[in-house]
Design a protein. Structure first.
Length: 326
């Protein structure tokens, strides 16, 4: 579901790369894309318009067509006997729906009643890196500022940054369409709508989803989410306070062995994670690991990951792999 979008496209790529055992595949998008043909495993398949009858004979639904489509159509998929891995925010905080990052809480997958939710992209990369530290020293508080790429908001936003960059360099007038302001050569400290508490919905997602995935409602999280003129991969400056003291060296050691993490932390050689290093890669990159000298037990780190891969399609396909092997 949503196969013609940024995440949907990546679903096809990763299913091929990981040789996911597919007997038959159905490509679903809106009425607008009906009849378009997309290649999968060397064969062309037509895109079909999503309807309530789309799910007959389907075992697994990978869904990335937005929250309202998930709310409307996934119950029909479940009724038809499919297990759904949903990338939208529709069911993430619903009681009884597992919200899963396999490296952190993969054991929750089996609790599903037809729908498993894939977390928000910025949350996924943060918890993959923080979970091993939490297990070693118990994280009490997280302060995070994100630097989120435009692809996190879908394919149209990627085109908007491209077009605005060309206009900017040609010294022509820019009229934002997709973003509330110019995004080329600018930063926008707003992702999603503002809520009554003056935080954005994206920031509140990071708070609630982190607690649910890490299974610890007492973790305090403060997030500031910023859209930056980068095409792919989100970056995050993260500061944590732990219950037990842990040194930067210990964190580096723990993370160098952690599933799904690659440590790039050699400041003397100017080696640290950057979006251009994360793009197209599966691992969550972590670097700039250092003691926070302003508190007793604090660590600061820099986390970068491809938002379309680990932040969406890859995480969902890892969940689907567990569905069929467990
Ligand atoms: N991009 C990310 O990094 C990321 C990360 C995590 C989660 N997500 C979530 O994944 C979902 C999709 O994101 P995206 O970035 O791939 O967006 P996108 O590039 O805008 O793609 C949206 C997809 O949804 C389909 N769609 C829209 N309206 C539809 C309708 N009425 N019926 C059926 N299909 C419809 C579109 O089909 P047409 O082409 O036919 O319009 C397209 O395939 C969103 O819920 C988003 O929050 C995205």
């Amino acid at each position: 579901m949503g196969v013609t979008g940024a995440v949907g496209n990546c679903f096809l790529k990763i299913l091929e790369e990981r040789e996911f055992p597919v007997n038959n595949i159905k490509l679903l998008a809106s009425e607008r894309s009906k009849g378009k043909k997309l290649k999968f495993n060397g064969k062309l398949y037509p895109v079909e318009a999503l309807t309530h009858d789309s799910f007959k004979g389907v075992d697994i639904v990978l869904s990335s067509a937005g929250a309202s489509r998930s709310l409307e159509f996934l119950p029909s998929a479940v009724k038809a006997g499919a297990v759904c891995v949903d990338n939208s925010s529709a069911f993430r905080m619903e009681k009884g729906v597992p919200l899963v990052v396999p490296e952190v809480n993969g054991h929750r997958i089996k609790e599903h009643k037809g729908i498993i939710a894939n977390p928000n992209c910025s949350t996924i990369q943060m918890v993959v890196a923080l979970w091993p530290i939490h297990k070693a020293a118990r994280i009490k508080r997280i302060v995070v500022s994100t630097y989120q790429s435009v692809s996190g908001a879908g394919q149209k936003k990627v085109i908007e940054l491209w077009e605005q960059s060309k206009l900017f360099l040609a010294k022509k007038k820019i009229d934002p369409v997709e973003f509330p302001h110019q995004i080329a050569f600018n930063l926008i400290p707003q992702i999603d709508i503002f809520l009554e508490n003056a935080y954005t919905k994206e920031e509140v997602k990071m708070v609630n989803e982190t607690r649910k995935i890490m299974g610890d409602e007492s973790i305090r999280v403060n997030a500031t989410c910023v859209r930056v003129p980068v095409f792919y991969a989100h970056s995050e400056s993260v500061n944590i306070e732990t219950e037990k003291h842990i040194s930067a060296d210990e964190v580096r050691h723990i993370l160098s062995k952690a599933a799904g993490v690659k440590v790039i932390d050699d400041p003397a050689n100017k080696a640290y994670p950057m979006p251009i290093l994360a793009e197209g890669k599966d691992d969550v990159l972590v670097g700039r690991i250092r003691q926070d000298e302003s508190v007793e037990n604090g660590i600061s780190l820099w986390i970068v990951s491809d938002n379309i891969r680990k932040g969406a399609a890859l995480n969902a396909i890892q969940i689907a792999e567990r569905i069929i092997t467990h």
